[in-house]
Design a protein around this ligand. Structure first.
Ligand code: HPA
Length: 275
């Protein structure tokens, strides 16, 4: 039998601690739209994923493959520069492994960013949505299999996957900074094909405001590990069934890049103001 998850976490964590002494309290997953935050990390230590035991390698467009440790707004942080997606063919354990490692490094708060398609008619491309809740539409769950009770409970509570205090703090800062922000429900799918009109219509009908191909597995593991989560989506394209325009990953990245300075400023201020 292969190594237990706990042993793999300990090995990866031990390796990172040898490279960098810093004990981060905040973990950040720099998805599409938040890559620039990497340039704001002071006293940065860069560890390529390829060096870290059991880490996978990012293949998605716009996703680099480094773990970054350092400081933002006077807080010690660890950031993933590039994440792993189900559509790349990775297992859910591989996708969520870095969240486990962040927890083992001492992280208490996880900040997630992603690009998402807008289902809510009040949104427009380039808008920011603070995730208040999610629908797991991946058809699977990263916690399937034997549960290690030392990592978290068998049946984790999901009544508040996204931390209300962090949502309120983010909204308050957005208002002060003059950054347009929505609240909404994120539906997580596998991809890599974008959705059909019928699927968008269905997702909107069941209560989703935005759709994307990441985040949900990471958040489930973060909650299992007892982390507080803040999720921010960059709305890159509108998914209104009756007037759907073709979308491709270049368009998604172009809009996310335009929104990046605003999202970066918002998240930086949030980190500064986290108690
Ligand atoms: N669907 C799924 N994922 C996405 C989309 C979309 O329309 N836009 C950006 N990520």
């Amino acid at each position: 039998m292969g190594k237990q998850l706990k042993d793999k976490i300990n090995e990866a964590t031990g390796f990172i601690k040898k490279r960098c002494e810093l004990s981060p309290r905040i973990g950040i997953i720099l998805g599409t739209g938040l890559g620039k935050l990497a340039t704001r990390i002071k006293q940065q230590v860069v560890i390529p994923y390829t060096d870290i035991p059991y880490f996978a390698i990012s293949t998605a467009p716009g996703h680099r493959g480094n773990l970054l440790l350092g400081e933002i707004g006077g807080k010690k942080i660890v950031a993933m520069q590039g994440r792993f997606h189900l559509y790349e063919g990775y297992s859910l354990e591989e996708i969520t492994f870095p969240v486990r490692v962040m927890r083992a490094l001492g992280v208490e708060i996880l900040i997630e960013s992603n690009a998402a398609g807008g289902l809510n008619r009040n949104f427009k491309p380039g808008d920011i949505m603070i995730i208040t809740d999610h629908i797991n539409f991946t058809g699977t769950n990263p916690l399937i299999g034997p549960n290690d009770d030392t990592l978290g409970p068998r049946f984790p509570d999901m009544s508040e996957p996204y931390d209300n205090e962090l949502i309120e703090l983010t909204e308050k800062i957005a208002l002060k900074e003059g950054i347009r922000c929505h609240r909404g429900v994120y539906i997580g799918v596998v991809g890599p094909s974008f959705e059909t009109r019928a699927e968008y219509r269905f997702f909107n009908l069941i209560g989703a405001d935005a759709v994307g191909m990441s985040t949900v597995p990471e958040v489930i593991v973060a909650k299992h590990s007892g982390l507080r989560v803040l999720g921010i989506s960059c709305i890159t394209d509108m998914c209104i069934p009756d007037r759907l325009e073709p979308v491709d990953s270049e368009k998604v990245i172009k809009i996310a890049t335009q929104a990046e300075p605003r999202i970066t400023r918002l998240v930086e201020k949030v980190i500064e103001n986290i108690r």
